[in-house]
Ligand binder design. Structure first.
Ligand SMILES: [Zn+2]
Length: 266
């Protein structure tokens, strides 16, 4: 039985939940790449990253609750990262939330979420008690603060996603020295090497060859250069990934494919 640390004085233990591990088009069991971090030492502090699908259903499928969500980070304006925002809002409203919901992102991502929500205005303008959206614009620059409320310190850095403005994220846990880095969608870039410096876990995309994306081996080179402990590959294309994983492990042995709905300590 998992240890319940919510009411104990045990050291806080941050967890990563891979709510989706697929590319926009992926395997039947993988949805779009979305993730969350939680810390059971204190309540309602879960941060969710991206909502290209039904992200709150995926959170529940990881054994978590909608009520524990403290904020949403939207990384960039692409459909497979932002299009589920109106559904996210509908669900937190139906769940009975009344406190504001912080939504953080660089301007193009924040504006995309706002447009998507506004597109449904004829539906939701008559709803009572929708939680206020606390829009928070993140500067598109290295080290930009995204979240400063304990137990998380989250910073962003621009990454190389072709013509689309996008950021990777670094999560530092206040309860210790735990560090998690997330590349988001990007070609291999020194920006993620900097962002992931010394991280316990690097979650890196491995969409494959293409403008603004990485191969698994390219992700492994970033992991090796950053000196991380572990690499998890996400944003996975459909089909057999054994060759890609083998190539990545030749560069960085502690590499795994991200498990759909997997939970990892960091
Ligand atoms: Zn993208």
């Amino acid at each position: 039985m998992p240890l319940d640390t919510r009411h104990s004085t045990l050291p806080a233990m941050p967890a990563l939940h891979l709510l989706g591990t697929g590319a926009a088009l992926s395997d039947p069991h993988r949805t779009t790449t979305m993730l969350a971090v939680s810390d059971d030492a204190s309540p309602a502090n879960t941060l969710v990253v991206d909502c290209g699908g039904d992200v709150l259903q995926r959170l529940q499928a990881c054994g978590r609750s909608i009520d524990e969500v403290d904020g949403l980070i939207v990384t960039h304006a692409h459909m497979d990262h932002a299009s589920g925002f109106p559904l996210f809002m509908e669900k937190i409203w139906l769940d009975g939330r009344d406190r504001p919901i912080p939504v953080c992102g660089i301007e193009p991502a924040r504006a995309q979420a706002q447009r998507l929500w506004d597109a449904f205005a004829p539906v939701h303008e008559g709803w009572d008690g929708i939680p206020p959206i606390d829009w928070r614009t993140v500067p598109h620059e290295h080290g930009a603060p995204v979240w400063t409320q304990a137990p998380w310190a989250v910073t962003a850095a621009p990454v190389d996603h072709g013509d689309t403005a996008n950021v990777g994220l670094r999560f530092e846990h206040a309860g210790g020295d735990g560090v998690l880095a997330y590349s988001c969608d990007t070609a291999p870039t020194s920006s993620v090497v900097d962002l992931a410096q010394g991280a316990d876990v690097l979650v890196h995309e491995a969409n494959g060859v293409g403008d603004g994306h990485s191969t698994a081996a390219g992700a492994a080179e970033v992991a090796a250069e950053a000196g991380v402990d572990r690499l998890l590959l996400v944003h996975l294309p459909p089909g057999d990934k054994r060759d890609a994983l083998r190539e990545a492990r030749q560069v960085f042995p502690h590499t795994d494919l991200g498990a759909e709905l997997g939970t990892y300590a960091w």
